[in-house]
Each structure stands twice: as structure tokens, then as C-alpha cells.
Design a protein around this ligand. Structure first.
Ligand code: 5GP
Ligand code: ZN
Length: 115
């Protein structure tokens, strides 16, 4: 069994505030939210990053924008706007090495993607 944190969340061995689940994807609230709405969307199958996609995880990950748009609408962000991003590797600041996308919204998020 993998020690990966998000694999454990996907297997429900570690609790999370789930907001969406289907056969291949899971979404839950970030434990340290950076915005009023801060969700993480992951493929259930382990994959380190976008540089490590398999056929299975690529198929699942391809649906993430669609799921994000639905979750954004569900959280009242359709008009105000929202951001979907994925940190891949050390220079991007990735801290959990199971592919995930951050869905952020609920306040002005700023225009800068890097500092
Ligand atoms: P990264 O820095 O890798 O792009 O994003 C990892 C995210 O996972 C961070 O925003 C962090 O707050 C979140 N996170 C870390 N540990 C946990 C946890 O145990 N539960 C939840 N829900 N989020 C976590
Ligand atoms: Zn994992």
C-alpha cells in the first residue's frame, strides 16, 4: 500500500471534506485554504505530476476542467470567476507528489502567476 497522502485520502484512510467523487476523480477542500473556495481535484489513481501521466490517469485528468467548472458553479463562482492550476515539481512549489489541481475563488486572486 502506498504511503502517498492523497492516495490515503482517495482510499478514505485519512478524512477529508469531500465535495465531489466519481469512479476516477475526487475533490475535497484544501486543509490550508488560500481563498474562500479552495478545492483540490485529484485522479484517484496515483500519478506524481503531469509529467508522469499514464493512459489511465491522463484519461481521468482530462475530465478535471469539466468537473472544476461544475464545482465552481456549485460554489457560486460562475460569475465572479475562478482559477484552476497545478503545481508540477519543485520550482512550481509542489509539496504533495500526487497530481492535483487547485480550484480557487471567492475573492480577487491577483494577476500574477509567479513572483
Ligand atoms: P501543492 O503545494 O503540492 O501544489 O498543494 C498541496 C496542497 O495540499 C496544499 O495546498 C496543502 O494545503 C494541501 N494539503 C496538504 N495536506 C493536506 C491534507 O492532509 N488534507 C487536505 N485536504 N489538504 C492537504
Ligand atoms: Zn498518490
Amino acid at each position: 500500500m502506498t504511503e502517498c497522502l492523497f492516495c490515503k485520502i482517495a482510499r478514505k484512510e485519512i478524512p477529508s471534506a469531500l465535495v465531489y467523487e466519481d469512479e476516477h476523480l475526487l475533490a475535497f477542500k484544501d486543509i490550508f485554504p488560500q481563498a474562500p473556495v479552495h478545492l483540490l481535484i485529484i485522479p484517484k489513481a496515483h500519478c506524481e505530476s503531469l509529467g508522469d501521466l499514464t493512459t489511465e490517469t491522463a484519461t481521468a485528468a482530462a475530465r478535471i476542467p469539466q468537473v472544476a467548472a461544475r464545482l465552481a458553479a456549485d460554489h457560486g463562482l460562475q460569475t465572479s470567476g475562478w482559477r484552476l492550476l497545478s503545481n508540477n515539481g519543485p520550482d512550481a512549489g509542489q509539496t504533495v507528489f500526487h497530481l492535483h489541481f487547485h480550484l480557487l475563488g471567492g475573492k480577487p486572486l491577483g494577476g500574477k502567476l509567479c513572483q
